[in-house]
Write a protein that binds this ligand. Sequence first.
Ligand code: NAD
Length: 295
Amino acid sequence: MTTIAFIGLGNMGGPMAANLVKAGHRVRGFDLVPASLEQAKADGIEIAASALDAVEGAEAIVTMLPAGKHVRAVWAEIVPAAKAGALIVDCSTIDVESARAVHEIAAARGLKSLDAPVSGGTVGAKGATLTLMVGGTEEAFAAGEPILAKMGRRVVHCGGAGAGQAAKICNNMILGISMIGISEAFVLGEKLGLSHQALFDVASTSSGSCWSLVTHCPVPGPVPTSAANHGYKPGFATELMLKDLLLSQEAAKSAGAATPLGAKAAALYTRFREEGHGAEDYSAIVTYLREQTPE
Ligand code: NAD
């Protein structure tokens, strides 16, 4: 079985690395936070003294870090020390430009590399039910797919370097826009005297149906597992939704794509976060919309 180095053992990386151990891999992990290391150790991950120490001799390397600047710094440090012919995969959600830049760092050393951001949240990370969106060469994908399949249910090869990140931010732009649309419909329905259940029953079986409604329904009642029934405890935090919307806007600007609703969604979530709701589930945007006075 492949020996895997795993850098970044946080809310997502910790359980993803644990699933690689369960699948029979030897996993050497590193994180800056002692509590994450303790949990990882309990999950059977060998704790390394540093990122450099973790990658020594590993045939595959996975990083799961907060943002592009962390991935750039860690790859610049570890790529020169990686075993010849190793595969290196970044599963973080980062900007497309950084993703392409770190592929170049790996290519300069002759390493196979993939960007493979994930969807499915911490529940998907724990249950190995994530969707992984992958960018990189056919050769790198062939090498990485068997490893990625142990952390998720679906592994989709989206294209060359950066294509995984591109798919991720396009998908999450849809999610942010659709959650605002669904929330506006509930707020309008309330003003028109329509019950939440009636609107749900109609929209979930009609042309208005989407993931934001049927899985993350922003009002309590119709979907018992949605955050609205649990004080808007995430789930998927507003902070992370906003991060992805801002990444989509950055990409739209540099690629020259018109995304007016994406821009509006980013602005609304920015205001919501500024009012102190960053740690609430992104579906709590319905409470913000309810408080707005029409212009
Ligand atoms: P997290 O903050 O829980 O974990 C990130 C970890 O990286 C932390 O433990 C931190 O200590 C570690 N780290 C930072 N710099 C490091 C370094 N130089 N060396 C070693 N470790 C370092 O974040 P998370 O929720 O696990 O998210 C990770 C990535 O996955 C992010 O890019 C996020 O956008 C993305 N993501 C998160 C979710 C989610 O629901 N949490 C869902 C999909 C994608």
